[in-house]
Ligand binder design. Structure first.
Ligand code: ADP
Ligand code: MG
Length: 238
């Protein structure tokens, strides 16, 4: 078992962001976490990454409570929601990927990962000069440079052109199927999750569904019920 989330509840002042969320992730899973804005996806990731420590419930990685040991973090690559750079921000692609590298690791890994993500020719360019899709691949490279077992991505395609999205999806599929990297990916694109993920978690403060992708997407009544409930929540917030 890679990760076990048990009865996770998170309260911000005046807002219950997550309530009694439980699910587990196995080695090799490609898990899509679906949920509308405000569903608690980023909060869930913050807890899993040890950034948000105020929660009720238990989070285990590799069988161990994350409050007892932070060792699991070196097995995780994390791609946060898209940061925005000024055009002249004085950092190159190579610099950004190197920032992800642990000291004891091998520098040659940088070239290897840049090639794998189709950004090797861009390595001397400033990060702010790149398109959204190129920047995204740089941050995936940074997350992968230490050979993590798990890749966590928080709504990674917001504001990126379709061609880059397609390339990004094919990269994720390859990482999962060829390198057996466990992927935990949040998205509000139901179609994309249906196509890529083999497991799905539908989150909307509470967990509406968790299981095999087909058991959700091949059940039209379930999909309809979920879409309606998250739509209502969405209207409520706007
Ligand atoms: P998502 O990533 O699915 O859009 P979030 O986890 O960002 O959802 O937010 C879940 C809920 O918690 C929202 O209602 C949001 O406004 C609230 N929230 C998130 N972060 C904070 C915070 N630091 N302080 C107070 N409320 C927060
Ligand atoms: Mg979020």
């Amino acid at each position: 078992m890679i990760a076990e989330i048990e009865n996770l509840t998170v309260e911000y002042p005046g807002v219950k962001a997550l309530e009694n969320v439980s699910f587990s992730v196995n080695q090799g899973d490609f898990l899509g976490i679906i949920g509308p804005n405000g569903a608690g996806k980023s909060t869930l990731f913050s807890c899993m990454l040890g950034l948000q420590k105020k929660y009720h419930g238990t989070i285990k990685f590799f069988g161990q409570d994350i409050k007892k040991s932070q060792n699991y973090l070196k097995e995780i690559g994390y791609v946060p929601q898209k940061p925005i750079f000024e055009k002249n921000f004085p950092v190159t692609v190579n610099d950004v990927v190197r920032m992800g590298l642990r000291k004891e690791s091998d520098e040659s890994k940088i070239d290897e990962i840049l090639q794998q993500l189709w950004i090797h020719e861009l390595r001397k360019r400033r990060i702010g000069e790149l398109s959204g899709g190129q920047q995204q691949r740089v941050f995936i490279a940074k997350a992968l440079v230490n050979n993590p077992k798990i890749l966590i991505l928080d709504e990674p395609v917001t504001g990126i052109d379709q061609q880059s999205i397609d390339l990004f999806y094919s990269i994720l599929t390859e990482l999962n199927s060829k390198q057996n990297i466990t992927i935990i990916w949040s998205s509000h694109d139901l179609d994309a999750v249906n196509q890529l993920a083999n497991h799905v978690a539908c989150l909307n403060r509470t967990l509406f569904f968790h299981g095999e992708s087909d058991d959700f997407f091949k059940n039209p009544e379930l999909v309809k019920q979920y879409s309606e409930s998250s739509m209502q929540e969405h209207m409520h917030h706007h």
